[in-house]
Ligand binder design. Structure first.
Ligand code: GLP
Length: 244
């Protein structure tokens, strides 16, 4: 794992977007798995700009949404798929055949997990995974205590996740379960970027980068990834002992 520090959110987002754009240029059928949320929002915008301005062919890109709140339709503005649809699918006119999202309204969620796992396996695994980090150290909805070998699964949400998750919704939203790609996929991904910005993420970044590797703090497994990259701005890196 390597830690990359940037002076601000814009620089961090620009680096992440450039890395992905270059990877798609080198491998047009890139298997990209991305988180939604506030952190990757600017990366998504800049990725669209870079792909379009540089005439990079993304018609064969294989795009996987990392997770979803169980029970929410893609039309809900707080849903993960709403984020992907508005920031990537529509601006890039991605085809349905190249996009993979959990149907969080399905009455057969285990089958949604199986479909996701099969689709990832059929494409030879994930090339690039770009994730954020929750205030309890979760990645996607891999909550504290999740085994590191796990693939796609339905998770009972941690109280912190239910509380922090309210920020995505205009009015109070009952949040109970999430469906997510697993930590096993993260460890198997060829390259992983974990992004964090702002002072509120400083303590979770310290645990991620310098804490013990434990299932109790899922993001700590980044330390086990040989091609794992933690991208942080000055504020998110403020508590790190080893400043570079
Ligand atoms: C959410 C999502 C994650 C996301 C994380 C951080 O609950 N399940 O996929 O990466 O929490 O979100 P944000 O970037 O908004 O801080």
């Amino acid at each position: 794992m390597k830690t990359h520090r940037f002076k601000n959110y814009e620089a961090l987002s620009d680096f992440a977007a450039a890395e992905i754009a270059i990877a798609i240029k080198e491998k047009p059928s890139l298997v990209l798995c991305m988180a939604s949320g506030h952190t990757p929002a600017r990366t998504a915008e800049l990725l669209v700009t870079k792909l379009q301005q540089n005439n990079i062919d993304y018609s064969r890109l294989q795009f996987f949404g990392l997770d979803e709140w169980v029970g929410l339709p893609p039309t809900n503005e707080g849903s993960c798929q709403y984020f992907f649809n508005t920031r990537l699918v529509k601006p890039l006119s991605l085809q349905a055949s190249q996009c993979f999202f959990f149907d969080a309204l399905s009455n057969n969620l285990p089958n949604e997990c199986k479909k996701m796992d099969d689709a990832i396996a059929a494409r030879g695994g994930i090339d690039i995974m770009l994730v954020g980090i929750g205030m309890n150290g979760h990645i996607g909805f891999n909550e504290p205590g999740t085994p590191t070998t796990i693939t796609s699964h339905v998770a009972a949400l941690d109280d912190i996740t239910k509380e922090v998750g309210q920020k995505y919704f205009a009015s109070p939203m009952p949040l109970d379960k999430g469906i997510t790609i697993g930590l096993g996929h993260l460890l198997g991904a060829k390259k992983v970027f974990l992004l964090a910005n702002g002072s509120k993420k400083a303590s979770v970044i310290k645990q991620t980068v310098e804490g013990v590797i434990t299932e109790k703090f899922p993001a700590s497994i980044m330390q086990r990834h040989a091609n794992g990259h933690v991208l942080i701005d000055e504020e998110a890196g403020a508590l790190l002992t080893h400043r570079k």
